[in-house]
Design a protein around this ligand. Sequence first.
Ligand code: UDP
Length: 481
Amino acid sequence: MEAKKSNYNQNHHAIFLPLPLQGHINPSINLSLKLASSKNFTVTFLTYDYLHHQITQAQPLKDSDDIFSRVREGPNRLDIRYRSISDGLPLDFDRNGTKLEEALGWYVDGKLIDFVMKGVEEIILNSNPKVDVLIIDSFYPWGSKIATKFGLRFVSFWTEPALVFNLYYHINLLKEHGHFDCPDTRKDPIDYIPGVKSLDPRDLTSYLQETNTSTNIHKILSQAFQDVKSAEFVLCNTIQELELDTILALQALIPFYAIGPTFRVCSPKNDISTNLLAESDCSEWLNAKPNASVLYVSFGSLAKLSKDDVMEIAYGLMESNIYFIWVLRPNIVLNDDGVLLPDGFKEGISDRGIVVPWTNQNAVLSHPAIGGFLTHCGWNSILESIWYGIPMLCFPVFTDQFTNRKLVVDNWKVGTNLCEEKQLRRKDIDIQIKSFMNQENVDEMKKNIKVVRYLLETALEDDGSSTKNLDIFVEQLNIHP
Ligand code: UDP
């Protein structure tokens, strides 16, 4: 990485504003590391006070430290700075739970942008080298406003698959054809989106399947995908060879660059913990289990399940007789009464399984004892699972997860569905888990994963597509002032 620095004499200074969610923060941190370590960027990572508060509760830091201190002070002396600003809401405001709709309103009604503008201005006034680039999550509806006001190059960062971007980008086309926001939504396949041969409406993102389209999230989507049209660059955490048709179609419309997967740059040497929840170490427990015998179960950082679903999963796991690690976040059920697991669960599973509030997912997935991943199909989880060669049992819950499931199960055949119906039943879970963890049944998926994993790996090599795309992005930044 160090050797490449000389090719990038021009020192850009980017303000990087990720969406304040774990699944967006992780790839944003990794891209920041990549830009700073191999492209001679100075990065100022902009975050919110409540997130900083959460991070410091999850992983105690010295007062003078932030999550990038280690890489700033480490052997490579990366110039990644860290600023946190107020978003105008109280620290303990339940932004992703009971007050989600109100918090989303903050994005669309012009309140949050005032705080961000102030933060950006402060960074610009005090910065050396001069800030010239804004890298902002594509979900923000007002990236262009900030970039224009401060004369910055506008780079949009999309952390989900290109296919999902493509669907949102063509939201008006979906509407015109009656697949979205219509009284009688069509149920036949969608075959008119550029670069998408055919898509079952059930594979649209949850927001595109909803009948009430007047929510704040719908306003954000429509504003954000209007705004992204004026981005000078869209960087996407995907791999060109994996989503070629979609990417080629998008490139005919906007400057779209596949630069993923971003996670690999987080080598142990410069690893930094990005967790918003304290992690439990599962390695000792895993060390005592046979190879490929443990099912890892996690629904990511955000998805809410019903209490009934959690109960059915618990019974399914208990009855399956399979080893498992289950990440059961404290806030996984909205308004829960503190009782999530059935009576007798602990005794029922004995040492066969452990339930933890959060863990180091990469460490778990890379452990030889892991044989399968029951996942909600978050995009980061999918990339990580492929990277470690772990087949997936898919239970999408909301947002892009339905579309991601299609890629995993139907296109790449590296996973299978937990259930065909949305309703979870313990008996089906039990049967599915047993069959999934029977290694003979996943042989085919394992073969396919090797192929897909190879694409990820080669994309990151020196002459790989993601490396080249990131190079082109930086060259374009240098050429056109
Ligand atoms: N993750 C983790 N520990 C856990 C669960 C998840 O470190 O116990 C990480 C996981 O590695 C991934 C991110 O959290 O990088 C979740 O992102 P994803 O896109 O999979 O799902 P989201 O949380 O956005 O729904």
